[in-house]
Design a protein around this ligand. Structure first.
Ligand code: C2O
Ligand code: CU
Length: 500
């Protein structure tokens, strides 16, 4: 009992045993925090930036002295950051040089259906791709390359792009296919928030490694599954014992005694974290949340701890002048034991001038009108999955496994809907296309971290939440799914088709 929620909940270390052998575990806080490089457009016109990004295999140093084979956008993990402005059309000229099909999805993007990365819209390998053709059930495949067009007519926000291939998203993201896309806008740019080298994206992702440094995907390894105390029928999701931030194990960052803005993304396959800072600063409430998945909150919120489920983003300001110079401040995970109880470390290195401020008012957020909304229930729970010729335990929505040919709901463009998302276990639920507002949890008020515009919600076992959503434009088919990537791969997805 409880085994299925262990790894996904970030609790327990697979029965107390480490996955990565001790000899390979790097010393904590010995690697400087890398910052993913910002990609330059290959070509720019008056309203459009074109980016060439290639998915390919590469061997990179993650654990000191060892080489790890990854699948990386441009051969790096995380992939390059795309930094752009609201309304600048962004075209990703994507090339797949891997020997497997891939699909690119811009998570949080308000994107037309043909560029949203439906899981069977495969980009086949340039050579030998035909053997995967039958996996493209009802999809629009392309071979070798594809242009994804993102209008990005949306609020300033921390988005990310990652693989979304049906049935294989978990292993392909685990191997490295994830990167940031940052959108800014006039409203955000006018605020006196920390900027430039004091505005830092942090991609948190746990991984496990073999002795030779190669990535070990636990859910594919029966020995590890049994070590984890999780039988294959009740798969929790892939979890590791090494915490990477921006691709480096337990890194360290020297900071000025000043305010920093961190755009925190949990890019882990299945693990959720409860972030805290140790020691706590004078004055308490170390995290000042300024933004959520889909951009700025109306007003800042203080948190002592911050739960973060897979795919969620929190935009926070930490004021390092709250600690004496010389203090080592650890970003910890209260939901994790052993190595996963720590994430990275900051060293307050020096005094510095700081002209940043956190205004009392950040943005305005109009509540969606819900009085005449269509209501839809979505139940996320364990179930039988019979696709791909198997009959196995998997994860289903409203009793049905994902079928790319089926449409599960048809919301009308421009109309508000209230969706009740209910669970049996931990399920971080993500809705494509449009952001939502959390109205309630278990009939009570939203949680402390539910404010602002969201696209992913951290649902705990046997909870339900009501969220309001309105799809304003783009008619076509989109997804609703659990963002525990192993649940997603084991069929916990549904299709909705927007239209008039
Ligand atoms: Cu971040 Cu449908 O995914
Ligand atoms: Cu799930």
């Amino acid at each position: 009992p409880g085994s299925e929620s262990g790894a996904a909940a970030g609790g327990g270390e697979f029965g107390g045993r480490t996955l990565t052998s001790a000899a390979e575990l790097p010393e904590r806080f010995s690697t400087p925090l890398p910052i993913p490089p910002v990609k330059r457009p290959a070509r720019t016109t008056a309203d459009t930036d074109y980016y060439d990004i290639t998915a390919r295999e590469a061997r990179v140093e993650i654990l000191p002295g060892l080489r790890t084979a990854i699948m990386g956008y441009d051969g790096i993990f995380p992939g390059p950051t795309i930094a752009t402005r609201r309304g600048r059309r962004t075209v990703l000229r994507y090339r797949n040089q891997l020997d497997v099909p891939t699909v690119v999805h811009l998570h949080g993007g308000h994107t037309p259906p043909e560029s949203d990365g439906f899981p069977t819209d495969l980009v086949l390998p340039a050579t030998g791709g035909a053997r995967f053709a039958e996996q493209a059930v009802g999809g629009r495949t392309s071979t070798g390359t594809r242009d994804y067009t993102y209008p990005l007519d949306q609020r300033a926000a921390t988005l990310w792009y990652h693989d979304h291939r049906m049935g294989f998203t978990g292993p392909q993201v685990w191997r490295g296919l994830a990167g940031f896309l940052l959108v800014t806008d006039d409203e955000e740019a006018a605020l006196p928030l920390p900027r430039a080298e004091r505005d830092i994206p942090l991609m948190i992702a746990d991984r496990a490694f073999d002795a030779d440094g190669s990535l070990r995907y636990p859910s594919m390894d029966p020995r590890l599954i049994s070590m984890a105390g999780v039988d294959a029928d009740h798969m929790a999701g892939a979890a590791g014992d090494v915490v990477l931030v921006n691709g480096a194990p337990w890194p360290e960052l020297e900071v000025d005694a000043a305010r920093y803005r961190f755009r925190i993304l949990n890019a882990s396959n299945a693990r959720r974290y409860e972030l805290a800072l140790d020691p706590a600063p004078h004055g308490g409430g170390p995290f000042t949340q300024i933004g959520s998945d889909q951009g700025l909150l109306a007003a800042p919120l203080r948190h002592t701890t911050l739960p973060i489920a897979p795919a969620e983003r929190f935009d926070v300001v930490v004021d390092f002048s709250g600690w004496p110079v010389g203090t080592r401040v650890t970003l910890t995970n209260r939901a994790g034991g052993g190595g996963t109880g720590q994430i990275m470390r900051f060293v307050v290195a020096r005094r510095a001038t700081d002209d940043s401020r956190i205004p009392a008012r950040l943005s305005s957020i109009e509540p969606l009108p819900t009085a005449s909304a269509t209501r839809r229930p979505w139940m996320f729970r364990k179930g039988r999955v019979t696709s791909m010729g198997t009959d196995a335990a998997g994860w289903v929505i409203n009793g049905r496994e994902f079928d790319p040919r089926r449409v599960d709901a048809a919301p009308r463009l421009g109309e508000v809907e209230v969706w009740r998302l209910a669970t049996d276990a931990y399920h971080p639920v993500h809705i494509h296309l449009s952001p939502f507002q959390v109205l309630s949890r278990d009939g009570g008020p939203p949680g402390p971290a539910d404010h602002g515009w969201k696209d992913t919600i951290d649902l705990r076992p046997k909870q339900y939440a009501d969220v309001a959503v309105r799809f304003d434009d783009y008619a076509g088919r989109y997804l609703l799914h659990c963002h525990n990537l192993e649940h997603e791969d084991m069929a916990m997805m549904a299709t909705f088709r927007t239209g008039r």
